[in-house]
Ligand binder design. Structure first.
Ligand SMILES: Nc1ncnc2c1ncn2[C@@H]1O[C@H](COP(=O)(O)OP(=O)(O)O)[C@@H](O)[C@H]1O
Ligand SMILES: [Mg+2]
Length: 259
């Protein structure tokens, strides 16, 4: 199920504005890769280019290559809608459909994929996904209640359940804990740890300790200056990035001297 991602010479534009320049990296399968760097350096932009969400913005485009398990993501025959279904995304603010029940929230993506989902199959997907997201025990007796009634941390796990319900190959997370309290953050981090045996996970985080705790590899992005595009400065094993990085600007960032 999990796939590795090969990015080469990727440039990402908003109209004429080159937001991210010349990224090449290999993101290993069944592993967690953290993206770190100062605000505005293009972490979210880069993340969205990995499931073709970037292009939903008018004028936005990329050049270069993204290859997921041998398949070129931007090849003309590839359907971007299909890609977005295959590559799940979890955002900064939990965004369950507020009036939809917990049960229907989990199934939202699956219902798009399969028009007629039998009750039995649907029940199975819901339980499996909620168990996978470490939420089942907390909500199994109130599956028909609205998703909005859950706490922030539970809502984020519900969004993760919704994302994994379609059995994606890759899970992209953009600061998934930044709106959560420490206990919920810890629950999400435990969950990320469990999920990586099945998924390729890419997570943007502003929290260095979090990057150090959850990821195998870390990519540091930076801006050469105001108005300049973001670039990948260094990607290395997380252990190395946080102890003995190759680049002085990585060292400066992780030790809090800027950013
Ligand atoms: N929808 C957009 N339209 C135009 N420019 C954008 C858009 N979203 C982000 N940008 C620009 O792209 C650059 C990278 O932003 P972003 O990817 O959000 O950075 P980060 O996630 O690292 O904070 C910034 O200069 C930002 O202003
Ligand atoms: Mg961002």
């Amino acid at each position: 199920m999990a796939k590795s991602i090969d990015v080469s010479d990727l440039n990402i534009y908003y109209g004429d504005f080159l937001a991210v320049e010349g990224v090449s990296m290999t993101i290993p399968a069944r592993s967690v890769t953290a993206l770190i760097g100062p605000s505005g350096c293009g972490k979210s932009t880069f993340l969205r280019s990995l499931n073709r969400m970037h292009e939903v913005i008018p004028g936005a485009r990329v050049d270069g290559k993204v290859v997921i398990d041998g398949q070129e993501l931007y090849a003309p025959e590839v359907d971007p809608v299909e890609v977005r279904r295959q590559i799940g995304m979890v955002f900064q603010r939990p965004n369950p459909f507020p009036t939809m029940s917990i049960y229907e929230n989990v199934l939202a993506g699956s219902r798009l994929n399969a028009k007629k989902l039998k009750k039995h199959a649907a029940d199975e997907i819901v339980e499996k996904s909620l168990r996978g997201a470490n939420l089942w025990e907390e909500v199994k007796d109130r599956l028909d209640k609205p998703g909005a009634g859950l706490s922030g941390g539970q809502q984020q796990r519900l969004c993760i359940a919704r994302a994994i319900a379609v059995e994606p190959q890759v899970l992209l997370m953009d600061e998934p804990c930044s709106a959560l309290d420490p206990i919920s953050t810890s629950a999400i981090e435990d969950l990320i740890h469990d999920l990586k045996s099945d998924y390729t996970i890419v997570i943007v985080t502003h929290n260095m300790q979090q990057a150090a705790r959850v990821s195998e590899d870390t990519a540091f992005f930076n801006l050469a200056g105001a108005g300049k595009p973001g670039r990948l400065v260094e990607m290395n094993a997380t252990r190395k990035i946080f102890s003995n990085p190759d680049e002085p600007s990585t060292e400066a960032y992780i030790s809090g001297r800027f950013g």
